[in-house]
Every structure is written in C-alpha cells, then in structure tokens.
Design a protein around this ligand. Structure first.
Ligand SMILES: Nc1ncnc2c1ncn2[C@@H]1O[C@H](COP(=O)(O)OP(=O)(O)OP(=O)(O)O)[C@@H](O)[C@H]1O
Ligand SMILES: [Mg+2]
Length: 276
C-alpha cells in the first residue's frame, strides 16, 4: 500500500487519503478480491446500479496497482475495429493506428469497458482470447497477434435491470469473468462519501443519505428510477455552494428522477419531512 493518511470507517480497511489517490470508500472485501484477480490475471465484471461507485472503484484500483487506466464506453455502434484499431490513409500511404483495447494490451493497462451489454456480440467476442488464459489479441487486419503485457487486466461493468440484461451476454463471455456485485452504500457510509465529495457538514450529509434511502424505498410505489449516490452528491455540492436544501433536492434529485406529478409531489413531501 502506498503512503498517505488513511480514513477508516467502522473498522473497515483504511482508505488512502493521499493527495493523488482517488477517494474510494470500500464496502467489503472488494479491494482484496480485485487485487487477487489482478495477481492471478483474472478478468473482472462489476455489477451494480448507476452511480454506485463502479467507475470510482476502478480508478482507485488502477492507482493502487500503479497501472494506467483505459476506459471505453460501450454502445451498439461500437465495432471490433473501434476497439482494435484501423488503417488510416496519410498522403499516399496507409498507417496502422492502434485502438484503445490494443493500446491497453500493449501497455499493460487496466482496460475498463463500461456498459458492456450495450456492445454487439460480434464486438464482445474479440475480448474472449484476452479474457482467458491465452491473453492474446489477434489483429486480423495486420496479421499480428499481440500478447498482453503483464499488468493488463480486463474489467467490464453493467447495470442490472437497465435496458438489457446480463443474460444477453453469451455464457461463453460471462463465464470468463469474476463478478463483483455493487450496491448503494448503507447510511453511514453514504453520508461519509457525501461529506468527502461535497464538503458539507455531517448532519446535512446524513439527512441527504436518509432522504436517498427513503426515496429508494419508493420503488415499490412506482418510482422507476431511484437516486444514486451521484445525485445525492450533486445536491450536497449545491448546498455547499449556498443553495437552500429544498431547492437542491428539487433540481438535483427530484427533477432528474421523474416527470410524474404524483411521484414528484410524494418526493417533495419527503423533502419537507426530512429537512424541517
Ligand atoms: N464507495 C465510494 N467511494 C467513494 N466515492 C463514491 C463511492 N461510491 C460512489 N461514490 C461517488 O459517487 C459518484 C458516482 O460513482 P461512479 O461514477 O463510480 O458510479 P458508477 O457505478 O460507475 O455509475 P455508472 O453505472 O452510471 O457509470 C462518484 O463520482 C463518487 O463521487
Ligand atoms: Mg461508471
């Protein structure tokens, strides 16, 4: 572990508070498990709702392991060539340019593919020989087969229940990954994250975290989307900038979540009850 002050919570492993370290508050043994996966060259799948800390975790692990991080946002137009690379025409010659996946493989980077289920199957299959013991990337267009540098690790994420399901990943893809499950932090942990990310006082952060928990319980009453830690932090940042809490909750939490008048009214009632 690198130097720097540490922040401990409820007996959890301390978190680096080094100036250059991304702030990440663990919820369990995910740091140790990920480190073992890295050491054993196992690819990792992160499952969890939007805004619960998956990207921050990968940023933290890349820092902790001293590896560069290459992030690729997946979408249904993403092709294998976008990942691997392509020939570019320069004057009267063509030159090969590595795509982000090839760069990560050569550099020994952590390669993070966000929302992997959004990518087409024919794009995802290029990951297969990289995500098992072979650790190879064949580049059909040049005839080269690149062996992954030692620090290379494939990390993918997906939001369960969001648009597409994990089952849309082929079993032959899924079964190449160790899966870490993320969820929203429990109350005290979420309040600590809000304090750290926004600079607001502990009592207000606690109130926002509690408000978030209550809103998440409204999913039974038809709230299709529940607030992420990211939204709670956005409200807290507005409060830190001098915006009244009721307005901050309205613009940063309620309005992004729903257009339904009844649900918006119920959420506003909860704000009034939470911040009298
Ligand atoms: N455990 C945590 N430690 C520190 N910060 C956290 C943690 N969990 C959430 N956060 C905060 O919440 C914000 C949103 O988290 P992040 O961007 O990592 O979400 P995500 O799971 O990657 O979401 P998405 O699926 O939408 O990409 C972060 O920028 C950070 O401020
Ligand atoms: Mg993310």
């Amino acid at each position: 572990m690198r130097g720097g002050a540490a922040l401990a919570l409820d007996g959890q492993a301390p978190v680096e508070a080094d100036a250059e370290a991304p702030f990440y508050l663990p919820y369990g043994n995910e740091v140790a498990v990920f480190e073992q996966c890295h050491a054993r060259r196992l690819a990792v799948l992160l499952k969890g709702p939007t805004g619960c800390g998956k990207t921050r975790f990968v940023e933290y692990m890349a820092w902790r392991l001293g590896r560069p991080l290459v992030t690729i946002a997946c979408h249904d137009d993403l092709t294998a060539n976008d990942l691997i690379g392509r020939f570019l025409i320069r004057h009267d010659s063509t030159v090969w340019q590595d795509g982000p996946l090839t760069r990560a493989v050569r550099e020994g980077a952590l390669c993070y593919l966000d929302e992997v289920v959004e990518a087409r199957q024919d794009t995802v299959v290029v990951l297969h020989p990289l995500a098992d013991h072979r650790r190879l990337l064949p580049i059909d267009k040049t005839g080269e087969t690149v062996a992954a540098a030692p620090g290379f690790q494939l990390v993918v994420s997906y939001n369960p229940g969001y648009q597409r399901m994990l089952k849309e990943l082929k079993p032959s893809t899924r079964q190449r990954f160790v899966a870490l499950e993320f969820d929203f932090p429990e109350l005290e942990r979420e309040a600590a994250i809000i304090v750290r990310e926004s600079g607001i006082d502990r009592a207000t952060a606690h109130g926002l975290a509690l408000f978030g928990k209550r809103l998440r319980a409204l999913d039974q009453q038809g709230l299709a989307e529940v607030p992420s830690t990211r939204l709670l932090i956005a409200a807290a940042q507005l409060v830190a900038g001098g915006i009244a809490i009721a307005i901050a909750c309205q613009v940063a939490i309620i309005a992004p979540l729903s257009d339904d008048a009844a649900l918006v009214g119920a959420m506003q009632d909860l704000v009034a009850a939470s911040f009298p």
